[in-house]
Design a protein around this ligand. Sequence first.
Ligand code: NAG
Length: 270
Amino acid sequence: MEFPCSALLLLLLLLLANFYPKPASSELVLEYGYTVTTVLDGDKLQIPIHPFSVLPRARTQDLLLLDSVNSNFYIVSFPISPDSGISRFSGNGTGLSDGRPLAAMFHHPRSFAVDSKGTLYVADRNNHAIRKISSSGVTTIAGGFSKKPGRSDGPAQNASFSDDFDLVFVPKICALLISDRGNRLVRQMNLKPEDCERESRLELGVPLVSVIGVLCLLVGLLSGFAVRPFLISHTGRLGRPLFRQDVEALPNHSGETSTDNLLRHQKRNC
Ligand SMILES: *[C@@H]1O[C@H](CO)[C@@H](O)[C@H](O)[C@H]1NC(C)=O
């Protein structure tokens, strides 16, 4: 009994596979409606820069731009245009030096990540190190002792990375994930709880506030709608309204409610 059943299943699968449309490998599907615009030309700036990558800067309208050739980070005001304000954020020539962001040096970094506090984590490849740019300055958080290519795990200052690695910040686990291409490894570096503290409060705080807001709005709306017909039909005859405040909020018997009154009504309900 078992064999015919699985054979039938196989036949069905084969049939499905045959009928499923296969895209021809050489076929392009051109979707129209998009536009490309140059918003910043590194050659046309007073001090030429070589954009390597850009990332939005948390909690600001700005972008962070990495110039890998000159080992500098810039802040570009948004929206980007030839008139955008551009200022150096960190970096001071090629080298290895921590401290004040504008005096610190990087060695042709080619990847960085930003957390929601605005802290940067830099894959400083030629220094074989991971650097952190926070409000308190630039520090080396991994590879500070090794400073040479390798694939050692362990305490981060003694860990080593290949010549080609990239990183992303993963808030959910408060860690950096490192794609160590040169070693064909994915590696994880846990950050300190304080690196992510504001992060998690932000993540929790924003939805909580919006949930409370939406609930308030709903309760306000629902009670407004529930009470209104009652008021309209009863207040005239009863003389003394049951909900004095609500009657004040609902202006007249015709049922017209101005937005202002509805809003005031909702505020009271919250
Ligand atoms: C890390 O490297 C430093 C400097 O080479 C050395 O003194 C220290 O013992 C090393 N730590 C570990 C855990 O290997």
